[in-house]
Ligand binder design. Structure first.
Ligand code: NAD
Length: 477
C-alpha cells in the first residue's frame, strides 16, 4: 500500500500539521491501495501563504514564460500518460481502455486547448472610446475538484490558473487523490516556481471550507455537487471572492421519430452508461416522440441487455464499478425509487450484477414510461441509469427538457437540421449536442441554472481567472 500522507506546499512534499489518515480504496476490490492525510485549516493556511508569496513574482511573469512552462508540463504528461491512466483505473475504477482513451486523454486535450487559447489571448487592448483595457491574473485561487473525471477537472482549473499568472491551492476529491498527486509531481518536474501550485488533500467540511473562507484567496473555482457548490458560495461570500461553479446535471436527450433511431439510440444509451454513469453531462433523460416510442424502447432494451460490467483492469468496453460505497447506496436507493414510483423496468434493477458481490458494481438499468416528476427524472442518479419519457409534440419536448433545476447539457436527435437548430435555441442548457456532435477542446464547458455559472476550457476558461482593469488617460489636448 502506498504511503501518500504528505502535501505539496511551496515546492516540497511536507508532513501534514496533524495526523489524520484516510485509506483510498480500489472500488473494484474494496481493498485499500494508499493512505493519505486529511488536511486541516492549518495546512490550508500554509498552502495559501505560499501561494500568496509566489503570486508577487509569478503574477508578473510574461505570457511567453508561462507558455514555455505549460509546454513542458504537456511533454511530461504525455511521457507519464500510462501511469495517469492506471492510477485512475485503480482509484476510480475506470476500465483500462476507457481510462486510457478518455480519462487520461482529456488531460492532454485541455492542456493543449488552453495553450492554444493563451497564444490568442489579448492582455491589453484599446477600446473605441480611447481607454485602455488590461487583463490581469485575479490572484490566489482555491480549486476544489470531484472524483468522477478527476484529471479532467484538475486540468480545467489548474492549467488556466497557471496560464494566466495566478497561483493556486488545489484540494482534490478525497476519493481520488492519487491522480492529483501525480499531477503535482508533473508540475514540480516542469519547473514552476515554488508556491505557484500547492496541493492539500482533505474533505469538504474541513479543508474545503477552510479554503472557501480564507481571506487571502481571491477566487474559488469549484466543481462538484450543487449542494457543495452552494456551501462554497456561502463560505466565500463574507470575503466577496469570485466563485465559479461547475455543478450537477440531469440532461435531456430529445429523440425525434425522424432520427436515425438505430444509430442514435444505441449511442445515447452507451453515452449514458459511460464512466458508469458518473458524468455530470450524461444524457440521462431520454425524451422520445410517441410515434417512435416502442421502437426506441426495443433498441434501448437490446443495448442495455448487451452492456456488461467487468474488472476495470481488463481491456474492453465494459462498465466498471461506482467509485464508492456511498455512491453505490445512493444509486440503489434511486433505482428502488424508480420501481416504487411505477416506472417500467426494461433492464437491470436493484442489487449487484451476478458474480460481482465484491466491488461497488451496479446493474446497468433502464426505465421506460417515466414521468418527469419522478425522482429518477429529477435527481442526478450518478450511476448507469437511464429514464425514458414519451412526448407528443416538439413544444412538449422542449417543455419537459427545460423542466429541471439543472441546465448543463442537452442532446437532440433528428434528421431535420432546421428543427435541430430551432430546438437547440430553446433549450436552457450550456451545451447542446446535435446528432452526436462531440464536445471539442477549447469550447466552453458549463451550465445554466443550478448546473453552475462558470465556463471552463479555452478562452472563456482563461477569462474566469482574469481581472479587468481600465486605464483612463486625459483627453488629448
Ligand atoms: P461533491 O460535491 O461531494 O464533492 C466535490 C468536491 O467538493 C470534493 O473535493 C469534496 O471534498 C468537496 N466538498 C464537499 N463538500 C464541500 C464543502 N462543504 N465545502 C467545500 N468543498 C466541499 O461531489 P462529488 O460527489 O465529488 O462529484 C460529483 C458531482 O460533481 C456531481 O454532482 C457531478 O454532476 C458534479 N460534476 C460537475 C461537473 C461540471 O463540470 N458541471 C463535472 C464533474 C462533476
Amino acid at each position: 500500500m502506498l504511503d501518500k500522507r504528505k502535501f505539496y506546499i511551496n515546492g516540497e512534499w511536507v508532513e501534514p500539521a496533524a495526523q489524520n489518515d484516510l485509506y483510498v480504496l480500489n472500488p473494484a476490490t474494496e481493498k485499500p491501495i494508499a493512505v493519505i492525510s486529511l488536511g486541516t485549516a492549518v495546512d490550508i493556511d500554509r498552502a495559501v501563504a505560499a501561494a500568496k508569496k509566489a503570486f508577487e513574482t509569478y503574477g508578473r511573469t510574461s505570457l511567453e514564460e508561462r507558455l514555455a512552462l505549460l509546454e513542458k508540463l504537456l511533454a511530461i504528461y504525455k511521457r507519464r500518460y500510462d501511469e495517469m491512466a492506471d492510477t485512475m483505473t485503480a482509484e476510480l475504477g475506470a476500465p483500462k481502455t476507457m481510462s486510457r482513451e478518455q480519462q487520461a486523454d482529456v488531460g492532454v486535450g485541455h492542456l493543449q486547448g488552453y495553450i492554444d487559447a493563451l497564444k490568442r489571448l489579448k492582455l491589453r487592448e484599446k477600446l473605441s472610446n480611447g481607454d485602455t483595457l488590461m487583463r490581469e491574473p485575479i490572484g490566489v485561487c482555491g480549486l476544489i475538484t470531484p472524483w468522477n473525471w478527476p484529471v479532467n477537472q484538475i486540468a480545467l482549473k489548474v492549467v488556466p490558473a497557471l496560464a494566466t499568472g495566478c497561483t493556486c491551492v488545489l484540494k482534490p476529491s478525497e476519493f481520488t487523490p492519487l491522480n492529483a498527486m501525480l499531477y503535482a509531481e508533473m508540475i514540480d518536474e516542469a519547473g514552476f516556481p515554488r508556491g505557484v501550485f500547492n496541493l492539500v488533500n482533505g474533505d469538504g467540511l474541513h479543508a474545503g471550507a477552510a479554503l472557501s473562507k480564507h481571506k487571502d484567496i481571491d477566487m474559488m473555482s469549484f466543481t462538484g455537487s450543487t449542494r457543495a457548490g452552494i456551501a462554497v458560495s456561502k463560505d466565500a461570500a463574507d470575503t466577496v471572492k469570485r466563485v465559479t461553479l461547475e455543478l450537477g446535471g440531469k440532461s435531456p436527450n430529445i429523440v425525434f421519430a425522424d432520427a436515425d433511431l438505430e444509430e442514435r439510440v444505441t449511442a445515447s444509451v452507451l453515452e449514458c452508461f459511460n464512466n458508469s454513469g458518473q458524468s455530470c453531462d450524461a444524457p440521462t433523460r431520454m425524451l422520445v416522440e410517441r410515434s417512435a416510442y416502442e421502437d426506441v424502447v426495443a433498441i434501448a432494451r437490446r443495448v442495455g441487455r448487451e452492456a456488461t460490467v467487468g474488472d476495470p483492469t481488463r481491456e474492453g468496453a465494459h462498465i466498471g464499478p461506482l467509485v464508492s460505497h456511498i455512491q453505490f447506496e445512493r444509486v440503489q436507493a434511486l433505482i428502488e425509487a424508480g420501481v416504487g414510483e411505477g416506472a417500467r423496468l426494461l433492464v437491470g434493477g436493484p442489487g449487484k450484477p451476478e458474480g460481482f458481490e465484491t466491488g461497488y458494481f451496479v446493474k446497468p438499468t433502464i426505465f421506460a414510461d417515466v414521468d418527469n416528476s419522478m425522482r429518477i427524472a429529477r435527481e442526478e442518479v450518478f450511476g448507469p441509469v437511464l429514464a425514458i419519457i414519451p412526448f407528443d409534440t416538439e413544444e412538449e419536448a422542449i417543455a419537459i427538457a427545460n423542466d429541471t433545476s439543472y441546465g448543463l447539457a442537452a442532446y437532440v436527435q433528428t434528421g431535420n437540421q432546421e428543427r435541430a437548430e430551432r430546438v437547440a435555441a430553446r433549450l436552457r442548457a450550456g451545451m447542446v449536442h446535435i446528432n452526436g456532435g462531440p464536445h471539442r477542446y477549447g469550447s466552453p464547458f458549463g451550465g445554466y441554472k443550478q448546473s453552475g455559472n462558470g465556463r471552463e476550457g479555452g478562452t472563456f476558461g482563461l477569462e474566469d481567472f482574469l481581472e479587468v482593469k481600465t486605464v483612463h488617460l486625459p483627453d488629448a489636448a
